[in-house]
Write a protein that binds this ligand. Structure first.
Ligand code: FES
Length: 247
């Protein structure tokens, strides 16, 4: 299939940036979206041009690195799919496809499609941990967790921290990300000692990092490649109110 891609090119954070159009020919419908960019980059290199900078690591949908907005949608048109798992068969011959980086004040562009997601690390550093002693593996029955809670904690733990929720939110809010981390740890016994300080500190770090506030738009859950539900933000708000009341 032959397509045209219009890609955001920005040499660094001081550059104003612009969309640049490229023709990509003879792409297999079975190629992934990132493989299509690989092919384009090979051509750019052979032509003596600067290849398009983009993030990727696992290419298996588990690391969250492959952040890009495709035709205005974070991670592209397929629901619950990361960019690396998106295949060209979901597009048509002759399509014109727009590719942009995450757009959020807290995620400044480093180059082209690569953004700086250090702000997420700061939220995790503020409370995304437990203080339970480590060592040899405890007996599996030493800290029983109800099946319902274990399943819900696991569902929240599938958040890969890609930042699509922030990119899709009109407010640039990271509430879905923070809610997933708070739920993941707050549903298991090992996460209880820091439960109150965790939610207060992580929300403070979120505000300090420049993320916007949540106004229940719901775009975050729509684009989340792991299907993290919007209801977790309600759980975060509940935990926050309880922590503030106790303090
Ligand atoms: S490259 Fe790891 S999730 Fe896409």
């Amino acid at each position: 299939m032959d397509i045209k891609v219009r890609v955001w090119r920005q040499s660094d954070s001081n550059d104003r940036g612009r969309m640049v159009a490229y023709d990509v020919k003879d792409i297999s419908p079975d190629a992934s979206f990132l493989e299509m960019i690989d092919v384009l980059n090979e051509k750019l290199i052979l032509d003596g041009d600067d290849p398009i900078a983009f993030d990727h690591d696992c290419r298996e949908g588990i690391c969250g690195a492959c952040s890009m907005v495709i035709n205005g949608v974070a991670h592209g048109p397929e629901k619950a799919t990361t960019t690396c798992q998106l295949h060209m068969r979901h597009f048509s011959d002759g399509d014109v496809i727009d590719v942009e980086p995450w757009r959020a004040a807290a995620f400044p562009v480093i180059k082209d499609l690569v953004v700086d997601r250090t702000a997420f690390d700061k939220i995790i550093q503020a409370g995304g941990y437990i203080s339970a002693p480590t060592g040899t593996a405890p007996d599996a029955h030493a800290a029983p967790v109800p099946k319902k809670d274990a399943d819900a904690a696991f569902e929240a733990a599938t958040c890969i921290g890609c930042g699509a929720c922030v990119a899709a939110c009109p407010n640039g809010s990271s509430m879905l990300f923070t809610a997933a981390k708070i739920t993941h740890l707050g549903l298991v016994p090992q996460g209880q000692p820091e439960r109150d300080s965790r939610v207060v500190d992580m929300l403070q770090a979120q505000d300090d990092a420049g993320f916007g506030g949540c106004t229940n738009m719901g775009e975050c859950a729509e684009v989340c490649p792991k299907g993290i539900p919007l209801s977790l933000i309600g759980r975060l708000n509940s935990d926050y109110r309880k922590a503030i009341a106790k303090s």
